[in-house]
Structure formats: structure tokens, C-alpha cells
Ligand binder design. Structure first.
Ligand code: UN1
Length: 495
């Protein structure tokens, strides 16, 4: 009998009102049930929001350094549980152990960063125009934060969102992706064990259409943070925007790595293999376009295809494997559909291009690392996010052409250039339309204390990680103290 996981609402671990469950299965061995999760409805969300609203009355008054101290304790607990979390995460979403350890570590880093931020939460003071008057501003809590998280970073992304929300004095209603509810539940267990009071954190499992939707349109939820597709992000933005909620969106990407003719090709190769096929290409930051200078194109493609073909695909729990499965059958079908589209559009398939079904791989949703060359900006495999191990290679004439091709894209999350030319590096930093640019590094590898997010259709201007996320989760209160003992009329009495 599989373990039955529960919602945590208003300080209690509870099943869904309906008594129904949904299954969480291992994408590497589809017959393995990881757990059963409550299939919740809108009433559960309503109770979670009511509890969060009530808990906010006291949580907002807890000094931020004290809130931070709880997160420090929680980080310590996560360090203890790191290996167990990584194993659970690999079982529920497939990426290889090295990566699920990294995902957990990103959670731990975010805990320690948020804990310290509880002693900062800086704001500005400025001089007054008047005598005997003082001007200041403070960061204050907002209220209930509704957090909707994806399956590709089941620990890091929920931490990116919930920890700044909590340290800033908000309370949380959290709906994790239904492909990765187990890791999310462990995060809540850890927060509670560390001392987060009941009601301050609530987790409601279930589908986006029901649970997610109710979180977004609930009148008592003031903040929404969502990571997922641009299509759903736009719906959330209109729904939440109609009620003037603050919304942070982290959406699609079609990230590119540029390799110039003066690049260290071995380094660029390591970078693209990691960027394109790490996490089976299922990162928002994954490299899905490779822009090659014509002088090195043929040589680099040869190196790439040889190396991509050698990547061992299989169960992420076996450390010899480098590429795990797609998250589920539907996602593998989408990947395969794009491969067929690429072929029909006239791109040249150089390796992969089919499910990996050898031996035990037939039990899961594996797909071979795939490389297309001869891709042009008109093709759908150049333009659309695939979210799988498919790399599109485009040949360009020179640096300006590379930048033009790079920017010919609806999205703008991450970007990368490999070159030894210092001038072109700085031009790329200036001209690549993306929220993140790596010089001589792959498109993946963001660190939790730096702003993370994209331009164009990748988001709505907010950032996760780094200092800006603390601005998202707090409101500014401006304070004027007049100690002159007289009425001083600004703009009038001083002119
Ligand atoms: C994501 O793909 O949604 O920079 C997050 C990276 C990771 C985070 C990725 N640290 O690839």
C-alpha cells in the first residue's frame, strides 16, 4: 500500500474533503507508486486562506530576525535530510541524483540566505525638505501569499518563493505541481519542525484548474507567485490583475548558447552538454538553441553529436546514468511531436530523435538526447519551448548575426556566449535580450542570492532570488516624523 500524504491546513494534516486521492508515480518505472495525494477542491483552499489570514495577524508582528532564525533552523534540518530528499525527488521526478542533491542544496542555500535577510530587509531613509522633520521608509508584510510551483525544481523553487515570503512576514498557501507533491510536503514538514507556527504555512494538493485557480481568485490572497508556462501565466495575470493582486511570473524560455570561432571548444562542449541535456532539458534555463559561428560549425557539431550520443540515459538513482526520464508520458509525447515537426520542417536530425527503450528504460518515459542541425529562425523547433532533451543548432556568419539570431525570440530568460574576445563578451552582456547572461558558462547554474528572471514573454518584470525578491514580498511604508512642534506645509512653507 502506497503512503498516503496529506494537506496541511490550519495547523492540521488532513485528507481532501472528497476523500479522493491522486497518484504520484516514478517516471523511470511507471509501475512504481511513490505516494497518494489528496485531490483537493476549492473548500480546502478557502480554509487554508482563512487560516493564513488569521495567522498573519500574529506572524506580521514577529521580528524579522526571529522569523529568520526559524529559517536557519529549518536549513539545518534540511542539511540533515539532504540525501533522503534527493532520493525521494529522483523517484518522483526522475532527474539524476547529482542534480536532485543540487536542487536540495539550492533550497538549503535559500534558507540560509533568507535567514540572514531577516536581519536586513533594508529600506531607504532620505533627508526631509523641512527642518526638524525626518523621512524614512520600511519594508512591511503584505498578507497571504499564494504560491504555485512547478515540478522541475521541486525543492529549490518552492524555497525561492516561500522563504522570502515568510521572512518578510507574510503567511503562505502553497500548491505544488501534482507531479512533485512529495518533495513539497517534506519542505512543509521541515518548516513546521523548525518552528513555523500553524496557519502560517498551508499546503493544498490538487490540480491547477481547481486548487490553483481558487488560490489565484481568492479575494484574501494578496500576492501570487507562479512558475510555469507562458500560457497559464497569462491567464493567472489577468485573473489576479483584475483584483489588483501583486503577481510574479516566471514563464517560458528558449535559451541559446553562442559559440564564437575563438572559443575554447572543449569548454563550450562541456557547457552545452550540461545546459541542453542536464535535467533532461527540463529547466526553464535549459539550452535549447545552439548558435555556432560558421568557422567552427562543422567541427563543433561533430564533437557534439559524438558526445551527446554517449550520454547514458536511465534511472537517475543509478549514478552511472547522466540523463533521466521526461517527467511523464504526456511530456515525452510532446518531445517526440517536436522531433517529428523538426524533421518535417527540414532540419537535419543528427542523433537521438526517439524514445530510449533499451532494457529497463522501457519501464519509464526516457528520450534520447537529440540534436538537429540546419535549423533556421522560421522553424517551430527554433521558436517554441520544448522542455525536453532536444537541441537546435543554427549556423551564423559573425558576432552581429549571432546576436540577431539570439534575439529573434519571444522569450528572454538565460543566454550564454563562449568567446575569448573581451570586446565581444561585453557587447553580448549589453545586447543579448535576456534576464541572465553567462560568459564562458552554460545557460544553467543560477545562484540563489542573485536575481533570477527574464525579459519579454518570460515574465512580468519581477525577479526570484537575490535582493529583488524581498521587494516583491514586502510593501513599502513611508514615514514622516515632524518634531518641530508646528504645522509645516511641504512645498509651501519652505518656498
Ligand atoms: C528553472 O529551470 O526553473 O539556473 C530553475 C538553474 C537552476 C535553477 C533553474 N539553478 O538552472
Amino acid at each position: 500500500m502506497a503512503k498516503e500524504y496529506l494537506n496541511y491546513i490550519a495547523g492540521e494534516w488532513v485528507p481532501a474533503d472528497s476523500g479522493e486521492w491522486f497518484e504520484n508515480r516514478n517516471p523511470a518505472h511507471w509501475d512504481e507508486l511513490v505516494g497518494l495525494f489528496p485531490k483537493s477542491g476549492t473548500a480546502e483552499v478557502d480554509r487554508a486562506v482563512a487560516a493564513a489570514k488569521e495567522a498573519w495577524k500574529t506572524w506580521r508582528l514577529v521580528p524579522a530576525p526571529e522569523r529568520g532564525a526559524i529559517l536557519k533552523t529549518a536549513g539545518d534540518i534540511m542539511v540533515e535530510r539532504k540525501e533522503e530528499i534527493a532520493t525521494l525527488m529522483t523517484r518522483e521526478m526522475g532527474k539524476v541524483l547529482t542534480e536532485t542533491r543540487g536542487d536540495t542544496q539550492e533550497g538549503i542555500d535559500t534558507f540560509y540566505y533568507a535567514a540572514v535577510e531577516g536581519r536586513r530587509l533594508f529600506s531607504h531613509t532620505a533627508p526631509s525638505e523641512m527642518r526638524n522633520k525626518m523621512n524614512m521608509s520600511f519594508r512591511i508584510p503584505i498578507g497571504v501569499a499564494g504560491l504555485i510551483t512547478p515540478w522541475n525544481f521541486p525543492m529549490a523553487i518552492p524555497c525561492w518563493k516561500s522563504l522570502p515570503a515568510l521572512v518578510c512576514g507574510n503567511t503562505v498557501v502553497f500548491k505544488p505541481a501534482s507531479d512533485t507533491p512529495a518533495t513539497a510536503t517534506v519542505l512543509v514538514e521541515i518548516l513546521l519542525e523548525a518552528g513555523i507556527p500553524p496557519g502560517v504555512i498551508n499546503i493544498v494538493h490538487g490540480g491547477g484548474g481547481v486548487v490553483g485557480n481558487r488560490i489565484v481568485n481568492h479575494p484574501d490572497v494578496s500576492l501570487i507567485s507562479f512558475t510555469g508556462s507562458s500560457e497559464i501565466g497569462k491567464q493567472i495575470n489577468s485573473l489576479a490583475g483584475a483584483d489588483l493582486k501583486r503577481v510574479s511570473l516566471e514563464l517560458g524560455g528558449k535559451n541559446a548558447q553562442i559559440v564564437m570561432d575563438d572559443a575554447d571548444l572543449d569548454l563550450a562542449l562541456e557547457g552545452v552538454l550540461w545546459g541542453a541535456f542536464g535535467t533532461t532539458g527540463q529547466r526553464c534555463t535549459a539550452t535549447s538553441r545552439l548558435i555556432l559561428h560558421e568557422k567552427i560549425h562543422d567541427k563543433f557539431v561533430k564533437m557534439l553529436v559524438k558526445a551527446a550520443d554517449k550520454l547514458v540515459v536511465g534511472d537517475g538513482l543509478d549514478e552511472k546514468n547522466k540523463v533521466g526520464p521526461c517527467i511523464n508520458e504526456g511530456q515525452r509525447n510532446i518531445v517526440d511531436e517536436y522531433v517529428q515537426i523538426g524533421k518535417a520542417e527540414g532540419a537535419k536530425l543528427r542523433c537521438g530523435g526517439e524514445p530510449s527503450t533499451e532494457g529497463k528504460n522501457s519501464e519509464g518515459w526516457f528520450y534520447k538526447p537529440t540534436v538537429f542541425t540546419g535549423v533556421t529562425p522560421k522553424m517551430r523547433i527554433f521558436k517554441e519551448e520544448i522542455f525536453g532533451p532536444v537541441l537546435s543548432v543554427i549556423k551564423v556568419k559573425d558576432f552581429d548575426d549571432a546576436v540577431k539570431v539570439h534575439n529573434d525570440c519571444l522569450y528572454g530568460l538565460s543566454s550564454s556566449i563562449y568567446t575569448r574576445d573581451v570586446n565581444n563578451s561585453f557587447r553580448a552582456i549589453r545586447d543579448l535580450e535576456a534576464g541572465i547572461t553567462y560568459v564562458n558558462g552554460p545557460t544553467i547554474g543560477a545562484e540563489c542570492h542573485m536575481p533570477f528572471g527574464g525579459v519579454k514573454q518570460t515574465g512580468n518584470g519581477h525577479r526570484e532570488g537575490g535582493w529583488p525578491v524581498y521587494e516583491f514580498y514586502s510593501e513599502i511604508k513611508t514615514v514622516y516624523v515632524d518634531y518641530s512642534g508646528q504645522l509645516q506645509r511641504a512645498q509651501i512653507d519652505n518656498y
